[in-house]
Design a protein around this ligand. Structure first.
Ligand SMILES: [Ca+2]
Ligand SMILES: [Ca+2]
Ligand SMILES: [Ca+2]
Ligand SMILES: [Ca+2]
Length: 825
């Protein structure tokens, strides 16, 4: 009982937390949504239940927090202070390091009781200028009233209404660039303004360029042109489709370079890579990148004339060498004559419409390689198709071909929705014979251009098994709900952890291991046997665990010394909701956010089942809810994960003032015999309310407990029996004992047809009894006919616990009274 005592010693803390029991924090947006590196920015975080924010958890380095304070009032339209709903706004001072990486920085808030959703803050290289358009007063919708801005700034703008047009005037010299990049869809604001239109006008009003989107950033357009003369150029931002949302965007505007491609798009990890920067109207240039030792995606910031691009392009660091294309290479016959050994990364550009690039490689029979053509993932406009043919194949001979990939092949957790990266094909190639082969790369639509860069990474086929938290169907409109783990000190919480394989399913048992867990936190997880896709994982925090939030990893490891797997946690965060349940943005992240929170105001403990649940049977689990002083609300208990063949009752609510409850579990005849690890979840409040459930609840879990599922104690055999209406009849049920039990078991008959009763009530049997006799009575309500499904209902009391099972299936015929047959028909 150490567990309960330790919580009561924290009564003072619990009391403080109790008021916040029903407060799942929610972070809706950040204002401003970005800022310049090398500065300190005050950012307002809005949401709910943020009053007790303790920490900002960042996913990328370079930002530190200098202060967190509540916002108590705001300035209303009449410049008067208007009070703010408590907990809905906080002000956080963020220090952005001088070398802070450019681009999005994922974050969550840790409050006293939980972790918020994942949101992003954008770091840029330029100072911020606010648009400050005042409705009905100073509009910037016409060239005459355009807002003047210096070159190389980031405008924090707002589309005040669906028809708002925002014009910015920037002075540029002849031969300089006029460049603009929109950050709007990327901000990931729910029902924000994802689809902006961007245009550049010359001083004489001529339209120089316009775009609704870009290959680099999908719905966020970018433009860059050369100024034909000195003068004031106009950059225009408006909705591309009318959209009523009143929301903000970031516009980078100036003379910077906004390259659209980098070639080659990667190189060997740990080495210096010389790249050609593409897509700039002034022409390409060379720049050097230092690739990190760890393979993966690498942000690359182009710099021209000492001015940084507003946001990075992407490169790859890989554990194998590069091969660069050499034109002409449009047919297998013109492919280079030297065959590259594998693994390798083939690099090229589909320079013009119709370009085909061929590479030669050699491989041995039976080797398995994975060819992954990266283009969309790098922001390239190319929609790649790849194929493989043996060297010397007849022209027109069919090879193996791939045009797309599946999310799991790329290591994306199941999330639904279209993921851009799946336009990049993966071809799984088993070498049919020793020899040389040709790899071909094309654009699926036959398009091409100077920045149609690709990189085909070829490596041995490996099995990877990744973990993720399976989204809950009832939270489909709040897909981030319960996708991070908050475990109160001195308590537990449970999540359903799913696994998915990038290739073939893995044979053998797997165990889950937590990496970088906070001190005092332990993980309890049942093993995954082949075919299982999900298990309940219990995280437990010691009573003295320090409240803190960390990014942890959750890996699946083969049990018993089998060769290790590539494994890690994966989450796809859908952002920027539109329509019914669709998202513009799917952000892949590879760490699980886990926080130790301040103590919760209740705990739940299950009385460990002392006997088995038998097939076709039921067992009652007794549990106990302990509340801290200051909290006396209802607590609802349920079993969220159940093994195949195990049925559960609806959630059980323990009302205020009560502490004990009973949870009923049933096993079907096909329930797998064996021992299962289960855990009950308890949440503050009464039964489920609807699709938004989960907001405003505190979740804790019971200790994991073992539930053995076993063969039934008794097998019952029923003789065919008949009974006349108004009479009695004897029914002798034969007993075949499968599992002996101690003492006496109560038996009765179940599922008797209407009007048939037991004349002599329930009976008792022992393990030695070979049969049990009942007397049936048919009342006048009994209907003539044949009835199936009469069962023997046996309750064994095993170690003080009732174990109930149903057995058999008797046929009972009800006859009419003799001499009354005619009347009955
Ligand atoms: Ca505006
Ligand atoms: Ca405007
Ligand atoms: Ca080419
Ligand atoms: Ca070519």
């Amino acid at each position: 009982m150490r567990f309960f005592r330790s919580t009561s010693t924290c009564a003072a803390l619990l009391l403080a937390a109790a008021g916040a029991a029903a407060d799942t924090p929610k972070l809706a947006r950040l204002s401003p949504p970005g800022g310049p590196r090398g500065t300190t920015v005050e950012v307002e975080f809005t949401g709910r239940a943020l009053g007790q924010t303790r920490e900002v958890l960042f996913y990328e380095p370079g930002i530190t927090v200098e202060g967190i304070e509540p916002v108590e009032s705001t300035t209303g339209p009449t410049r008067k202070a208007v009070p703010v709903d408590p907990g809905t706004r906080i002000r956080v001072k963020l220090k952005l390091a001088a070398d802070c990486p450019l681009g999005p920085h994922g974050l969550r808030l840790r409050t006293a009781t939980g972790l918020t959703e994942y949101q992003r803050f954008f770091v840029g290289p330029f100072p911020t200028v606010e648009e400050n358009e005042v409705i009905g007063k100073t509009r910037n919708d016409k060239p005459e009233t355009a807002t003047p801005v210096p070159a190389n700034v980031t405008v924090l703008g707002k589309l005040n209404d669906p028809t708002d047009v925002d014009l910015y005037r920037v002075e540029v010299k002849r031969g300089q660039r006029v460049s603009a990049e929109v950050e709007a869809a990327r901000l990931g604001v729910e029902r924000g303004i994802p689809d902006l239109h961007l245009a550049i006008y010359a001083p004489d009003g001529a339209k120089l360029a316009a775009a609704d989107d870009s290959a680099l950033f999908v719905q966020d357009p970018v433009l860059s042109v050369i100024a034909p003369r000195d003068g004031a150029y106009l950059v225009e931002v408006r909705h591309s489709m009318y959209n009523a949302a009143n929301d903000v965007y970031r516009l980078h505007v100036g003379t910077f370079a906004r390259p659209t491609g980098v070639y080659p798009a990667g190189g060997p990890a740990g080495e210096e890579l010389k790249v050609r920067v593409l897509g700039d109207p002034k022409g390409a240039w060379d720049q050097t990148a230092r690739l990190p030792k760890a393979p993966g995606d690498v942000p690359f910031v182009a710099v021209s004339d000492g001015v940084s691009a507003p946001s990075p392009n992407r490169l790859r660091a890989s554990p194998f060498p590069n091969v660069l294309e050499v034109e002409p290479n449009d047919t297998p016959a013109t492919a280079p004559t030297t065959a590259a050994p594998l693994p390798v990364a083939f690099n090229g550009i589909i320079e013009k419409p119709g370009d085909v690039d061929c590479f030669r490689f050699k491989a041995k029979k039976g080797e398995q390689f994975r060819f992954h053509a990266l283009a969309q993932a790098l922001g390239s406009p190319l929609d790649p198709v790849i194929w493989i043919k043996p060297v010397g194949a007849k022209p027109g001979a069919a090879g193996q071909r791939a045009a797309d990939s599946r999310p799991n092949q790329l290591g994306f957790a199941p999330a639904g929705g279209l993921i851009r990266e799946t336009h990049d094909p993966v071809l799984e190639f088993t070498v049919p014979a020793d020899g040389e082969y040709v790899l071909g790369v094309e654009d699926e639509r036959g398009e091409g251009g100077a920045d149609y860069v690709y990189r085909v990474e070829v490596q041995p086929e490996t099995s990877a098994v990744h973990t993720y938290i399976a989204p809950e169907p009832e939270n489909q409109f709040a897909p981030q709900l319960r996708q991070a783990v908050a475990v109160p000190a001195g308590n537990r919480t449970t999540v359903q952890v799913g696994v998915f394989a990038t290739g073939r399913p893995v044979a053998g048992e797997l165990e889950l291991v937590g990496v970088n867990l906070p001190k005092g936190v332990t993980l309890h997880a049942p093993r995954l046997t082949p075919g299982m896709t999900k298990v309940p994982v219990v995280f437990e925090a010691a009573a003295d665990a320090k409240p803190e939030a960390l990014l942890v990893d959750l890996i699946a490891r083969p049990v018993g010394g089998a060769s290790p797997l590539a494994s890690g946690y994966r989450q796809t965060v859908p952002m920027n909701a539109y329509g019914n349940n669709d998202y513009y943005l799917h952000v892949p992240i590879d760490r699980l956010a886990l926080a130790v929170t301040e103590p919760a105001p209740f705990t739940v403990k299950v009385e460990e089942p002392k006997s088995a649940l038998v097939q076709n049977g039921e067992v009652s689990l007794k549990f106990r809810v302990e509340r801290a002083k200051g909290f006396d609300g209802p607590v609802t208990v349920q079993l969220e994960w159940k093994p195949l063949g195990i049925n559960t009752a609806t959630p059980v609510t323990v009302p205020a003032g009560k502490t004990e409850g009973v949870y009923l579990l049933g096993a079907a005849r096909n329930a797998a015999a064996g021992t299962h690890q289960l855990t009950l979840t308890a949440m503050s409040g009464s039964g489920r309310r609807g699709y938004n459930d989960g907001e405003g609840r505190t979740y804790v879990a019971s200790q994991p407990f073992k539930l053995p599922v076993a063969e039934p104690h008794v097998e019952a055999r029923f003789p065919r029996t008949s009974i006349e209406r108004g009479k009695t009849a004897a029914l002798v049920v034969k007993l075949n004992h499968l599992q002996p039990f101690e003492g006496k078991a109560a038996v009765t008959l179940g599922r008797l047809p209407r009007g048939i009763e037991l004349a002599d009530g329930p009976r008792e049997i022992t393990s030695a009894d070979k049969e049990v006799k009942f007397t049936l009575r048919a009342t006048p309500e009994a209907l003539v006919g044949n009835y199936q499904g009469v069962v023997l209902d046996v309750t064994v009391t095993d170690k003080g616990q009732s174990v109930r099972q149903l057995s058999g299936g008797g046929v009972l015929r009800v006859d009419a009274e003799r001499g009354a047959a005619a009347k009955d028909k």
